[in-house]
Design a binder for this molecule. Structure first.
Ligand SMILES: [Zn+2]
Ligand SMILES: [Zn+2]
Length: 199
């Protein structure tokens, strides 16, 4: 009787793998990392590239849209002046009315927003940079946050017997998409992970 490899990984939630994200550096396209202090709240995120030395903090992504929308104090007509993409708030803004040209100081509204690098998934949840470990498997994208995550997926896929542990939360492997779980894709996935590991 042949012995089957049994998956008996730790029943960890996906968040357990979310302390570090390997991403594509936005400056040099090499491997960079995003770290967070606590994976459940994703706080104090920092992007670091050892290749080009880029360092960015989550706060660096914050921008303000500074808007004065009101009626001119002189002629009464409504106007709107907008300064997008400011790194700091403005408490006062000198505006000339487009109608009567009267210049006055106004108190603007500061609408806060966050920049993000990328609109396409899979990406890290803070800077939204493309994940470093990703590849195509028959039209589906296999991805991992980091090497540890990738290696655990590999461990799971290469085990022929998979045991379910009783947990009150859903584990990382339970959340894996079906194409990773189906037996017919096993060899393709193992090969792909092997290749990714060398990246
Ligand atoms: Zn870089
Ligand atoms: Zn005016």
């Amino acid at each position: 009787m042949t012995e089957l490899r049994r998956y008996k990984g730790q029943a960890l939630p996906r968040q357990a793998y979310m302390t570090e994200f390997c991403v594509v550096c936005p400056k040099c396209n090499q491997k960079a990392k995003v770290t967070v202090e606590n994976p459940y709240i994703l706080n104090n995120a920092k992007l670091q590239c050892s290749n080009c030395k880029l360092i960015e903090k989550e706060e660096d992504l914050i921008r303000y849209n500074v808007i004065v929308k009101r009626n001119c104090l002189n002629c009464g007509k409504t106007f709107e002046v907008n300064i997008p993409n400011r790194k700091e708030k403005l408490t006062e803004m000198t505006v000339s009315c487009p109608n009567c040209n009267e210049t006055k100081k106004y108190k603007p509204r500061n609408d806060k927003y966050k920049l993000s690098y990328n609109k396409e998934s899979p990406r890290d949840p803070i800077f939204k940079l493309s994940l470093w470990f990703q590849c195509d498997i028959k039209g589906n994208t296999l991805w991992a946050y980091n090497r540890n995550h990738l290696s655990e997926i590999n461990h799971y896929v290469s085990s022929k017997l998979r045991e379910r542990e009783d947990t009150s939360y859903s584990t990382m492997v339970e959340k894996l998409p079906t194409f990773i779980k189906v037996a017919k894709n096993r060899d393709a996935i193992i090969k792909a992970i092997e290749k990714l590991m060398k990246k």
